[in-house]
Design a protein around this ligand. Structure first.
Ligand code: AHG
Ligand code: MN
Ligand code: MN
Length: 345
């Protein structure tokens, strides 16, 4: 009898331990510190988690509410039609960070210029870069979507309001990650100490640690690319795709939301590509709030991300909304694509 209750106690302890590892506690544990910088990062991650919960809540009831689905009729700075959820999610991040005190500027896909929160600027030493909804074409069809975020230290006073200090390489990111709105809502993040998965427990309203120090396999079977653009790519990309077509062991998956595709790649390996096209020679994806945060995560998990010639984290942008070709995923699979781009085979 005694033995049974001991076993029971142990398993209860384990479950409780897991349930108590919230995101803010995890950040502090990772930094082995309760100092001001650690407290800041912990608070910042907590605010991102709140934004994720608000967006997830709205998605989960989308069909039941007025004014959630569909387009606004506006076109954003990228020339793309804006969905109502893009605007809602963009404003959610602004609202949660207005109240944090820690962030002076937010730069997003949906805003031409960074948004300043003047009341935070004297103490707000951080900038949030984000894609409020990634894969917004999935909004109206109830498929997976995401949000992508990146935190940088503000450098200098930015008195001219040009935010020039953001035009630096991706290695300057303090933290990066994404929220995946799928069958469950997950938050995946790194502060440069590995990649960690949290899953939203709706009954608790908390993101709970579900996997620590995730490593991407060195190779995976999946290649993930919009093959509808085949005739718009450079010949080297077409040759790579012909290679996977004729080689046994490859299979294709493409969700229309990069966050979902990257999440699968992280867990199961493989490669995701968005090459330049005739219409968009630099591709579609934006460096500062899409490619660089995901590159930071994938490198932390032991994978790679490149433009084809330069590591994504080494690219120095000239503009806030700069686009970049992206090849990201398992080491071996990224190397294979690179060899087609650089050597033609
Ligand atoms: P966003 O919704 O933020 O504009 O990003 C969509 C991105 C990415 O998530 C996805 O992989 C890709 O665009 C899909 O684009 P295509 O339809 O051109 O393949
Ligand atoms: Mn996006
Ligand atoms: Mn978007």
């Amino acid at each position: 009898m005694a033995q049974v209750s001991e076993t029971l106690d142990l398993s209860t302890d384990k479950a409780l331990d897991r349930d108590c590892t919230t995101l803010s506690r995890h950040v502090l544990q990772q930094l082995h510190s309760f100092g001001p910088d650690a407290q800041d990062l912990s608070a910042l991650m907590n605010r991102i988690a709140l934004a994720g919960k608000l967006i997830a809540r709205r998605f989960s009831r989308a069909g039941l509410m007025e004014d959630v689905l569909g387009f606004t009729g506006e076109v954003n700075v990228q020339g793309e039609s804006v969905k109502k959820m893009d605007i809602y999610a963009n404003e959610v991040f602004i609202s949660v960070f207005k109240q944090s005190g820690l962030v002076c500027r937010l730069a997003s896909e949906e805003m031409e210029k960074p948004y300043y929160i003047p009341e935070n600027c004297p103490i707000g030493r951080y900038t949030l870069l984000y894609d409020p909804i990634d894969g917004s074409s999935n909004t109206d069809i109830n498929l997976s979507l995401g949000s992508i975020f990146s935190i940088r230290q503000q450098e200098g006073t930015d008195l001219d309001g040009e935010a020039k200090d953001l035009l630096t390489n991706g290695r300057k990111q303090l933290a990066a990650g994404y929220i995946l709105y799928g069958p469950s809502t997950m938050l995946v993040y790194s502060i440069g100490k590995g990649v960690h998965f949290f899953t939203l427990d709706p009954s608790l309203g908390e993101f709970i640690l579900t996997e620590e120090n995730v490593k991407i396999p060195d190779h995976g079977a999946v290649y993930s690319v919009n093959e509808g653009n085949f005739w718009q790519w450079d010949e080297q990309y077409r040759e790579y795709i012909r290679y996977v077509h004729r080689t046994e062991g490859y299979t294709a998956r493409y969700s229309g939301a990069m966050v979902s595709d990257i999440h699968r790649t992280l867990v199961q390996g493989g490669v995701f590509l968005y090459p330049g096209t005739l219409q968009k020679p630099e591709g579609k994806l934006r460096l500062l709030y899409e490619s660089a945060p995901l590159a930071f995560l994938i490198e932390q998990a032991g994978g790679r991300a490149t433009t084809g010639t330069v590591d994504i984290l080494d690219v120095v942008p000239k503009q806030l909304h700069q686009r970049t070709p992206l090849i990201i995923g398992s080491k071996q699979d990224v190397a294979k694509v690179e060899s087609f781009i650089q050597n033609g085979h």
